[in-house]
Design a protein around this ligand. Structure first.
Ligand SMILES: Nc1ncnc2c1ncn2[C@@H]1O[C@H](COP(=O)(O)OP(=O)(O)OP(=O)(O)O)[C@@H](O)[C@H]1O
Length: 326
């Protein structure tokens, strides 16, 4: 069941415009072109996973949206408030959990949350209510009087996310919030993301875990070399870009006289056979090769997000897989 935060609807659902509107944004650090004309529009109630390898520009984009840096060109608006022209209004509509933990270790969990809520302009009573509501779905309710510095890594990560959303932002940016956490924390965070979207919040969520994006069934924006090279629902991207395939390995090199009725590509240690219906192709292939073939391995590759990335970039995604304790 999704864990919606609190009972109050976020303000994200008001108005017809996108909750987050990034248009033509560029940003360079000296010679490094981190973003090269990024457009990203997220309406209320949608989760968009931002996918990209190390250095693709994800954190740069988030820090520009949060107003921590200025773009060289382009505009960013949060619920219609331009980040450059109306920074206070834009900032109030935004929650941001950066990659690096930002909890105050000597303050208690409650004090951390109250501090963020009041900083965002909530009065004391409202801040107290929101603190309790936000702690609950992130399993922090029993830890409210503990010092943040005494929490485990996963508990600190949950507090870090809670601090970003205690003021009920319309737009929430999560930068690799599930990196290195255990299964329970990961599940709680993913449930929270679903619940927030159901409550009208626009969530932009960067991650390296492809399986996580698939489990959210979110929209996916693929960032590569500072450009959004694809942005759509997961299923549309898979339909459009991913082909099923078979991956073959052989005892020794790939036989030169191999004549197959499908397009093939070398993989380094074998051959990738591009077949739209890979299971049927596998049966046919075994028939064609016969029992005396040099085939040593056959893997059916289903059309998935990894295949989308491979097709779009020509590179395998360096998926960090599941955490060690998953
Ligand atoms: N403060 C900075 N000064 C100079 N170069 C920077 C700075 N911040 C980022 N970069 C460069 O900009 C590019 C984009 O970096 P960014 O951190 O936005 O990528 P990312 O997609 O978030 O990567 P990761 O997945 O590793 O967090 C990289 O080439 C990076 O080295």
């Amino acid at each position: 069941m999704p864990l919606a935060v609190g009972g109050t609807k976020s303000s994200a659902g008001r108005g017809d415009g996108p909750a987050l509107d990034v248009v033509g944004v560029t940003k360079s650090y000296g010679d490094v072109h981190a973003l090269r004309g990024v457009d990203l529009r997220i309406p209320p109630g949608r989760v968009t996973a931002l996918l990209g390898e190390n250095g693709a520009g994800k954190s740069t984009l988030m820090s520009l949206v949060a107003g921590l840096q200025r773009p060289d060109a382009g505009t960013i608006a949060i619920t219609g408030h331009d980040v450059a022209d109306a920074p206070r209004a834009a900032r109030r509509a935004l929650g941001f959990a950066p990659q690096d933990l930002g909890v105050y270790p000597t303050l208690t969990v409650r004090q951390n949350l109250m501090f963020c809520a009041e900083l965002a302009g909530l009065r004391r009573g409202a801040a107290r209510d929101r603190t309790a509501e936000t702690a609950e779905p992130l399993a922090l309710a029993g830890l409210l009087d503990r010092r943040a510095g005494e929490l485990s890594g996963g508990q600190q990560r949950r507090l870090h996310v809670a601090m970003a959303l205690v003021h009920r932002p319309a737009v929430l940016l999560l930068d690799e919030s599930t990196a290195g956490v255990d299964v329970r924390t990961r599940t709680a965070l993913l449930d929270l993301v679903r619940g927030l979207a159901a409550d009208g919040v626009a969530v932009c969520y960067s991650t390296h875990y492809l399986a996580e994006v698939e489990s959210l069934d979110a929209h996916v924006a693929v960032l590569d070399g500072g450009r959004v090279i694809a942005h759509d629902t997961l299923s549309a991207l898979v339909d459009r870009h991913a082909r099923g395939a078979l991956e073959l390995t052989f005892h020794g090199p790939v036989p030169e006289d191999l004549d197959l009725p499908w397009p093939t590509r070398p993989t380094g240690d074998g051959l990738r056979v591009l077949a739209d219906r890979p299971h049927e192709a596998a049966a046919r292939l075994l028939e064609l090769l016969g029992p005396t073939s040099a085939l040593s391995g056959l893997r059916v590759v289903r059309p998935d997000l990894e295949a989308v990335f491979l097709e779009l970039t020509g590179r395998r995604y360096r998926d960090e897989g599941s955490p060690a304790d998953a």
